[in-house]
Structures are given as C-alpha cells and as structure tokens.
Design a protein around this ligand. Structure first.
Ligand code: ZN
Length: 329
C-alpha cells in the first residue's frame, strides 16, 4: 500500500483547524471532453472512475495527483446534455491551482498552443494569477506559489511545470459576514483585503486559501455545466469529523449525518451564503479498491451496487483516457 498523503504536518489531527481543502466537485457536460481537458491539457491523473452514488446512471470522475491526495482532487459529475450554468453569487466562483513561479511562461505558451481560453497574468496579494476556463467555461486559475504536493511524473505536463494541487477557491457568498464566521469556525484566519476580496488562510501546506468576495450587486449564479457543486475541507478521521459536526451545528448550520463515499467519509452543510460545504476524511483513499498503478482504469461501483455493475457500465458513455505510456508531452 502506498501512503494516501505525503508530507503532512498533522493532517488536521489537532481538530482545532482544517489544514485546507480536500476536494472540489463541479458539474460538466461530456465526460470525454472533461477527461481530455483535465488529463491532456492540465496533466492531472484520472484517479477514479465511478458512478454518482446519488444517481448511479452518471459518472463521478476524480482527477488529482498520482494517488489523489487530499488538496489535489477535482471531481466531476459529467452530464452529457447538461444545461450550462452561470457563475455568480451563492457559489464557489473560481478554483485555483498552484504552479511554480518560473512555470508561468510554460503555461501561457501551453494555453496558446492548445487554445485554452485565458486572461493575461495579474497580481493579487503579491502572487501572480492567470485566470482561465475549461471546455465548459468553468473559471479556473493558476497561482504562483509554494506547495508540498509532488507532481505526478507520468502526466501530460512536464514534471517541472506540473500543477502542485490546489491553491484554493474563491467563494462568492450571498452573506459574506456569515460565511466568514463559518470559515473562522473551520480555523481559517482572515489575512488581508483587496477591493471586494478578503483572503482567509488555513494552517496546511497546500490548498490552504479561501478568498471571500463581497459583491452585493453581483448576479446570482445558477447551477449547471461549468459551475462548482460543492467544496470539501479536510479532516483526519471520524472522531475529528464528529467534532466539526457539533461545532457547525452550534453556529446554526444543518449538518447531514456521515455518508460513506467509499474513498473518504463525508458530512455536508449548506452555509448561509448559499454554498454547499463538505468535510471529508483523509482516508481510506483511492487505492482501497484498485492498485496505485491501476487507478482510474476500470469502472468502480460502491459495494451496494456491485450486482448492477455490468448494467450500469453498459448505460454509461464510453470514456477513453490515455495511459502514461501513450501520453504525448
Ligand atoms: Zn464531495
């Protein structure tokens, strides 16, 4: 067994704070286009192909580093004929990846060559940011900085320039004051503000940033392809998760009972600003039902659906993902 996480300080074991994001889950359109963009353009690894546990006739695809470490995982519910959503208030409005400072030129050239919709670099809180959009228009960012994430050496992107997990997310809250209280309850600290944006930082060495927007006149977002469905924060284990459940309940949030997501265990709460939050355990990890070498190569279904596996597989659209040996750099 490979370790599920690498280079952790304490993985949130103190229970006093979350170290940062566990994963971000978004809605996309075609599964194949989704896999092509995230593996071939961004160089992430498809670490799991499974079904949406709440709607097993559709895929749930997980992309991340080599093993799908917490803080690197972007997941999708792809619906072939999904209606496009609009990004706005009440949503997580951008997901940012960390890249090394001297990799920006590489990425800008890559975006030009591969015709990725992107903006010019600009400065934000002393870091350089390159906003870009995926095939469904979902807002993403590259942000220069440090991270303890080791890049996957077999991905489509040169290892020196590969994404180093999440930098963080931007939340476009309907109730920024209340959302700030939730973030502070989770252990985030407000650091500084630039215009309508306030930066909150958690204690971890990756995926530790949440920027909170205050845009009272902004348009409200609508859910659909190209929008974020929910944002998940890390916790070390069930006991710490239960403590978070109590603390979030204490500040007035309605928190679900624990749900077994096979690769982690989760609780969910809609915060007052409209954004669906999750707290997910670091383990057991994506290698619980296939080896690290085989991650993402076969359709996996949860134990309760094992009998229906073949029928489900037949109904799902084909999905071809290049193996490391086939990848063109
Ligand atoms: Zn989730």
């Amino acid at each position: 067994m490979q370790p599920h996480t690498t280079g952790e300080t304490d993985g949130g074991r103190t229970g006093e704070h979350t170290p940062g994001l566990h994963h971000v889950t978004a809605i996309s359109s075609a599964p194949q286009a989704t896999a092509d963009f995230y593996t071939e353009v961004l160089g992430l690894r498809l670490v799991k192909r499974t079904v949406n546990f709440d709607d097993p006739t559709t895929y749930h695809l997980y992309f991340g580093d080599e093993v799908g470490s917490p803080g690197t995982i972007l997941t999708f519910f792809p619906f072939e004929r999904a209606r496009p959503g609009t990004v706005g208030r009440g949503q997580a409005s951008a997901t940012a990846f960390t890249v090394p400072e001297d990799s920006l030129e590489y990425w800008l050239e890559r975006f030009e060559t591969l015709e990725v919709d992107h903006d010019d670099p600009h400065e934000r809180f002393g870091e350089t940011v390159v906003p870009f959009r995926d095939h469904d228009g979902q807002p993403l960012e590259l942000v220069t900085g440090e991270s303890d994430v080791e890049p996957w050496p077999d991905g489509a992107v040169d290892t020196a320039h590969a994404l180093r997990g999440f930098h963080g997310v931007t939340l476009d809250s309907l109730e920024p004051v209340a959302t700030a209280t939730v973030l502070e309850t989770l252990g985030y600290e407000a650091r500084e503000s630039e215009g309508e944006r306030t930066r909150f930082v958690a204690a971890g060495d990756r995926a530790s940033v949440v920027d909170l927007l205050e845009r009272p006149r902004g348009e409200r977002g609508t859910q659909g392809a190209g929008t974020v469905h929910h944002v998940a924060f890390r916790t070390a284990d069930d006991e710490r998760q239960q403590a978070w459940r109590e603390r979030l309940t204490d500040i007035g949030l309605g928190v679900t009972p624990q749900r077994d997501r096979q690769y982690f265990r989760s609780i969910y709460a809609r915060e007052p600003g409209g954004i669906l939050l999750e707290i997910a355990t670091d383990g057991p990890g994506f290698d619980r039902d296939e080896s690290v070498d085989d991650l993402g190569t076969a359709l996996k279904v949860p134990p309760g659906l094992e009998d229906e596996r073949d029928r489900l597989a037949e109904r799902l659209p084909d999905l071809e993902v290049a193996t490391p040996a086939e990848v063109e750099r």
